[in-house]
Write a protein that binds this ligand. Structure first.
Ligand code: SF4
Length: 429
């Protein structure tokens, strides 16, 4: 669920495309170990005549060491590794089949699953600005980093990055401003495929999450479930992935954010979870008429029903709900819209703490929307602030790439018109 999209035309430098990793080629049939719970691993090793502690060693290798082959699990006897191989098991990380880098260091990957389906995952060094003002440590780090960049702070002792992960192959929600919507829905990702995107990206960047390997400055990784798909339409896979990531892989749930288009049953299930990411809602309109025109899901669950469901979420100390609001010129950026939005967020039914992330639409050839006027953006932002609503206009770094979710995938699967040979793929939308 990515409400970003059309920021200005940018160039993606294609870093690498791997032979044999064609987006549509099915892979050899093997069974992934990555994604399985300790109980499932215990069952597998027991069936092979091994004691339960071997399952714990396997889990350690899969999730903490993030091994990429069975041969690399040196804590297991060679005989057991061979047995696993003979049974058709492998590690099963998604495979990065193409990658592209933005001028700001953001990298975007096309990931192939075992059945040949592909999704996108994005790596944003230094985060993406999305956590600002949400009261968490991730937010404090963003502020400290910006102060440091402005010469006002002391050098930071941490390394920080955000990974944007996909939860479905394609999406059924059909938001009018989203390129992923044009792919339709193909299938849900499994928990292992969702968490596996994180493992693959962390391995690519050689990220050490813990300090146990003698690393004095362990990386701080934030995760956003904002790639392809609507996480709450794959609730089982999504929440199982959260448990894998926060339990086995030791990325705290407070460092994760899930974004939804407003799937009410999902919000109600989420509200009952004890381990859960922070919540972002892709609102994008101040009334049902406008919202329905850009997000047809509003016909099923309108804004009032959405607010009612959000009121069921018990926020933790300092936590707030983020409302993402893409400013579309002439459609949702006028003074009456900000007045309606303020009324909505100040109503007794609204979450007790919330903030607004404004995202400025930039026009492109394939979408029927216009860029908002700079004065309209300023006025919108200032009006929300004046009403006491914490508001942030997203800095564009990285957003210009993954805002166009589905673009890299579409670039690969739909050959562009013939162009002069160039190492750059122009993404304009
Ligand atoms: S169509 Fe799906 S992926 Fe695209 S913004 Fe809507 S919910 Fe997110």
């Amino acid at each position: 669920m990515r409400p970003g999209f059309g920021l200005k035309a940018i160039h993606l430098k294609i870093l690498d495309t791997f032979d044999g990793g064609g987006a549509s080629l099915p892979a050899a049939a093997t069974t992934a170990l990555f994604g399985r719970s300790l109980a499932e691993l215990t069952e597998i090793v027991a069936r092979l005549g091994q004691r339960p502690y071997r399952a714990a060693q396997l889990a350690e290798a899969l999730y903490k060491q993030r091994v990429e082959s069975l041969d690399a699990i040196t804590t297991l006897p060679a005989e057991l590794r061979e047995q696993l191989q003979a049974e058709g098991y492998d590690i099963g990380h998604p495979q990065i089949v193409q990658s592209a880098r933005s001028t700001d260091g953001t990298e975007r990957y096309l990931m192939r699953m075992a059945d040949g389906e592909t999704v996108e995952t994005v790596w944003m060094p230094d985060g993406d600005g999305g956590e600002r003002g949400d009261g968490t440590q991730a937010s404090d780090e963003e502020i400290a980093e910006e102060q440091q960049a402005a010469g006002q702070g002391s050098p930071s002792t941490y390394k920080r990055a955000t990974i944007c992960i996909s939860s479905q192959v394609g999406c059924a929600v059909n938001c009018q401003f989203c390129l992923t919507a044009k792919l339709g829905i193909r299938r849900n990702l499994t928990a292992g495929e969702i968490a596996g995107q994180v493992a693959a990206v962390l391995n690519r960047h050689n990220v050490n999450l813990g300090s146990s390997r003698g690393n004095p400055t362990p990386a701080r990784i934030n995760l956003v479930f904002m790639g392809m798909g609507e996480p709450f339409l794959n609730y089982t896979g999504f929440i199982a992935a959260v448990h894998l990531l926060s339990g086995h892989m030791q990325i705290p749930d407070a460092r994760m954010t899930v974004s939804t288009s407003g799937i009410l049953p999902g919000i109600l299930s989420y509200a009952a979870e004890t381990v859960r990411p922070k919540l972002a809602v892709s609102l994008n309109a101040s009334n049902d008429v406008v919202r329905e025109s850009v997000m047809p899901i509003t016909r099923k669950w309108n804004i009032a029903a959405l607010m009612e469901a959000l009121s069921q979420v018990r926020l933790r100390a300092k936590e707030c709900v983020t409302f993402e609001y893409v400013l579309l010129g002439g459609i949702n950026d006028q003074p009456q819209h900000v007045a309606e939005l303020i009324a909505l967020l100040k109503a007794p039914t609204a979450p007790i703490r919330s903030k607004v992330n404004l995202i400025v639409w930039n026009s492109g050839p394939s979408m029927p929307f216009h860029e908002p006027a700079p004065e309209a953006v300023k006025l919108f932002h200032a009006s929300l602030l004046a009403a006491g609503i914490p508001t942030f206009t997203r800095r564009p770094r990285g957003r210009d790439i993954y805002a166009a979710c589905g673009q890299l995938k579409r670039t690969l699967e739909t050959p562009p018109p013939a162009q002069p040979a160039s190492p750059l793929v122009s993404i304009a939308h």
